[in-house]
Each structure stands twice: as structure tokens, then as C-alpha cells.
Design a binder for this molecule. Sequence first.
Ligand code: GRF
Length: 214
Amino acid sequence: MTIAPTPVAVFVSGGGTNLQALIDELPKTGAARVARVVSDHADAGALVRARRAGIDAVVLSNPKDQGELLNAVKGIELVVLAGYLQFVPKPIVAKFRGRMINIHPALLPAFGGKGMYGRRVHEAVLASGATITGVTVHYVDEQYDHGPIIAQWPVPVRGGDTAESLAARVLKAEHVLLPRVVTALAKAGLPHSFRMFVDTLDMSLAETDPMVRR
Ligand code: GRF
């Protein structure tokens, strides 16, 4: 008996390279599929990727409108926030508790929270003198970058790094980690609550080197 892939909605605001990683990687196991892409920006590059892949794309006219959001997630079992810059209204978060995840380009709880997105995250990491940063995938709760952590992946900060070079290295790790987490959650059944560790996901620091992957 074949089990239908878990339908996933990916929420985006920008370029959508994480969306692209999901589009490319999820079919390899078939446990989940990107069924819809939801954007708060009509000109988000992610929408071009969605349309190119023949995926249903929705542009929100008001990201605070719960009715519109509920419509956008109809038939969806897992919501992935991948570079989505809007705060998700609390009733929607509650409805998708344990079924809504976010990817953040640092090791939470450090370097997260309101206003910590894009290059600001990597600038803060560099300013702190930290030698390790990374990627966090976590369940979404009612606070920015706060819900239970599902998986993390460390990425080294190298001497001479700029916010751009660090962002690029972290992004490579994001593109590997996010599809693996989505696949694992879909296989485990939703809602589900557990942590994945680097070891169990069979990942190594070497893989985060942009010279090694992609
Ligand atoms: C990623 O760094 C993600 O962690 C953060 O926003 C960025 C989105 O990049 N939440 P992209 O749109 O997937 O290229």
C-alpha cells in the first residue's frame, strides 16, 4: 500500500531558496510534497519557483486576515515557514500546533527574536565573536523564533567571514536540513514532537562547506 505524501504549505516572503530545496529533495522519498506556496509579497522570487514547478501559489492580500490564512492552508497537514517575515496570528498557530515549523539561520535561542532576520542575524553572530553558528528548525509558537527545537546543525564561523559569506555557508546547511526534517516529520506522523540530533540525521560539518555541497 502506498501512503499519499503529506501535503505541505511553504510560507515565504523572499527568494525561496529553501522552498527550492524542498521542491528538489522531497520527491526523492515521497513522504511529503509541497502542495502550496503562500506569500505575503506578490513579487517574491519564491513565487516564480512555485509556478515553475507547477505548484499552487497564493498571495495573501492581508497576512493578518485569519479567514484568508485558513483558506490558504486548507487541505494542508504541515506548514513550513521558510523566510516568511510575518507574525502568524495566534489562532492559526494554535490550530497548527505541532504541525507548523520555522527555519532560522542561527543556533536558537541565540541570535533570534523580533527583528533578527536576514543579514542582521549573521552580523550579530560576527559581532559576538562566536566561532560556531548554524541552523535551527523549530515548532512555531506564539513568540518569534521561540517554539520547541526539532533539529539544529552547527556551521563554523571562519576568520575573515563577512555577513554574506557566513549567510551563504549557513544557507547551504539550511538546504540540507530542512528537507530532512520535513521528511522525518512526515514519516513520523503529525502532529509529532521530538528532537533530531545531528548524529541521527547522519550529517557532518564537512557537508556544510559550500565547496562540498551544491
Ligand atoms: C533563510 O535564511 C531562513 O533561515 C530565514 O530566511 C531565509 C530565507 O531564505 N528564515 P530563502 O528565501 O529560503 O532563500
